[in-house]
Design a protein around this ligand. Structure first.
Ligand code: PMP
Length: 315
């Protein structure tokens, strides 16, 4: 799978499409960069649309602000460039990763000294739904907790923090599982999975860990909460213990790339193969992302209608 790379920076031979950013960059050496993952879907009209683009870009700007990253972008400019990059890729169903990176090789961890530039990677990503129809993933509980809020702000989507996710995921896979739940380090409650949020269904009501614990405020999580309310389901955000997950009728994960993924088992405990609430929500999600139903203002941004000619493209 090859991606299309866009770089909103100088073509001075050091960085840009096909070259990436220098190995000596602080973003590479220290993980000081922030990023987003956004889906574009071929909608019912056949045109690609970016799903919840502004919400992702607002989170990107918030991540940058929280880390003290210096850059020259506002929401309008980011939107314009991400649409441009997506349009230039020619892809319809794809995964779009904008990030703010420090390209200059500078031996410093002081992000305030480094100028950050936008890079966008566009990956082909098949039309969704396959995971939702599959048997589900097998989870374990990771010994690796999420970062403590006193070590790192949990709402920030920064490159460096993914080492924690990588640790938990790799250990789970090595032990024969697909993924792992990670706990909040202070409370010991369930926070999220390694790159996704977690939901459980109990007596037809939907539960998910509250944002008081150390988890990313997922945009798919928010979409599912919104759709569930519209479908008339009782929805609770609150403390979730590992035992609550084990005792649930249905469990599923949510994330932009993976969408809604059912959980088949937690350690030795298997869940029922029938998942009526999950199935209803997965269908509603599919309808919302293609614009067939459950449309919300601002959720679908058309790609071609608004795109200008791109100047920076490489594959
Ligand atoms: N938690 C973590 C740690 C993640 O990396 C992701 C993926 N961005 C999520 C949750 C889900 O967030 P979203 O739905 O915004 O993709």
């Amino acid at each position: 799978m090859s991606a299309h790379t866009f770089w909103d920076g100088p073509y001075d031979g050091r960085c840009g499409p096909g070259r990436g950013i220098p190995f000596g960059s602080s973003s590479v050496q220290h993980g000081s960069a922030v990023f987003e993952g956004i889906r574009a879907y071929a909608s019912t009209t056949g045109e690609p649309h970016l799903f919840r683009l502004d919400d992702h870009l607002i989170r990107l700007l918030g991540s940058a602000r929280e880390l003290g990253i210096r850059h020259a972008y506002d929401l309008d400019r980011l939107r314009e460039l991400v649409i441009e990059a997506t349009a230039a890729s020619g892809l319809h169903d794809c995964y779009v990763r904008p990030g703010l990176f420090a390209a200059d090789p500078v031996l410093s961890i002081d992000v305030g000294r480094l100028p950050f530039t936008l890079g966008v990677e566009v990956w082909p990503m098949a039309a969704p739904g396959a995971a939702a129809r599959g048997p589900g993933v097998r989870l374990t509980v990771s010994p690796w907790c999420r970062p403590s809020p006193s070590s790192f702000p949990p709402r920030v989507k920064a490159v460096g923090t993914y080492v924690t996710s990588a640790l938990a995921k790799s250990a789970a896979v090595a032990a024969g599982y697909d993924d792992a739940l990670q706990l909040d380090p202070g409370s010991g409650r369930v926070a999220e999975a390694t790159v996704s949020n977690v939901f459980l269904v109990r007596d037809c009501a939907l539960h998910t860990p509250w944002l008081c614990d150390s988890l990313l405020a997922g945009i798919t999580r928010d979409t599912v909460l919104t759709l569930a309310r519209e479908l008339g389901l009782a929805v609770y955000q609150g403390p979730v213990e590992t035992e609550d997950v084990r005792a649930a009728d249905e469990v599923f994960l949510t994330g932009t790339a993976s969408e809604l993924v059912p959980v088949a088992a937690l350690d030795e405990h298997a869940y029922a193969a029938e998942r009526p609430v999950f199935d209803t929500l997965a269908t509603a999600f599919r309808n919302a992302t293609t614009g067939a139903r459950f449309t919300h203002p601002g959720w679908l941004t058309p790609v071609h209608a608004t795109a200008r000619t791109t100047t920076h493209q490489g594959a």
